[in-house]
Design a protein around this ligand. Structure first.
Ligand SMILES: [Zn+2]
Ligand SMILES: [Zn+2]
Length: 242
């Protein structure tokens, strides 16, 4: 399986990431990718970007930079009530909205709390992707949530950064990917790079998908045609011509 786009990367708009938007594009091109997504953290995280960043990124996306298609996005924080941390008006021009849990903001009360937050997030039309769901701290009823993803047009991320950063992710992601296969929920594979040199690193994620026997045709960033179709579906845009 070949991954042709890395749609979850951070830039030095945050102090805990170290490369510019242009450096990320150059690195994506060098890694042989066709598209890169810029998805900085939402404002609830202490080191997240402000609403100015997201509004401007959405409006000023040139479409292509340094040989790769540029996807403007955000990594929203799912908050304790299941809502997200940016008002709709600031993200209406963004292409991709990933929503994730971060223990730097809060720890969940228990598994039921996480189930409730995700049930609420399923209903949120501003969320396209659930990011790094395998975090042990935010464990939930996998079958209950994954079985509903297609109904609410949500796809699931397999995040390569998780295997090193979030203990338990390997076992949990295996279960999640198995359920995605069972319910035919599309997956996106991303690096979650915080420095340009990490862009295009997907080895652990691809290994996991192969172990599960997850079908390539359901991986939205496994070909440019699939990626194009995905953005036509969720945004009504052609990422290769705008
Ligand atoms: Zn994250
Ligand atoms: Zn991230």
């Amino acid at each position: 399986m070949k991954i042709i786009a890395d749609l979850h990367t951070h830039t030095n708009i945050s102090e805990h990431a170290f490369s510019t938007l242009e450096e990320n594009c150059i690195a994506a091109n060098k890694a042989g990718l066709q598209a890169v997504g810029i998805t900085n953290h939402g404002p609830a995280l202490e080191d997240g970007a402000s609403h100015w960043h997201f509004r401007s990124l959405g409006k000023n996306n040139p479409g292509k930079m340094h040989g790769v298609y540029l996807i403007s996005g955000i990594e929203l924080n799912i908050m304790p009530e299941g809502n997200v941390d940016l008002e709709e008006e600031y993200m209406e021009n963004l292409d991709l909205k990933i929503a994730s849990f971060h223990q730097e903001i809060f720890y969940p009360k228990d598994k039921n709390h996480v189930n409730d937050m995700l049930s609420e997030a399923l209903l949120n039309k501003n969320i396209n992707v659930f990011g790094h769901l395998g975090n042990e701290i935010f464990k939930f009823d996998y079958e209950m949530i994954i079985s509903q993803c297609n109904k609410y047009n949500k796809i699931v991320e397999v995040n390569n950064h998780s295997f090193a950063q979030r203990p338990g992710s390997d076992v949990n992601c295996f279960e999640i990917v198995k359920l995605c296969k069972k319910y035919e929920v599309p997956i996106i594979v991303n690096s979650d790079a915080h420095i340009s040199s990490a862009i295009g690193h997907f080895d652990e994620s691809i290994k996991l998908l192969n172990e599960v026997g997850y079908p390539e045709e359901l991986v939205v960033n496994s070909s440019i045609e699939r990626l194009r179709d995905y953005f036509k579906q969720i945004r009504g845009i052609d990422i290769c011509n705008r």
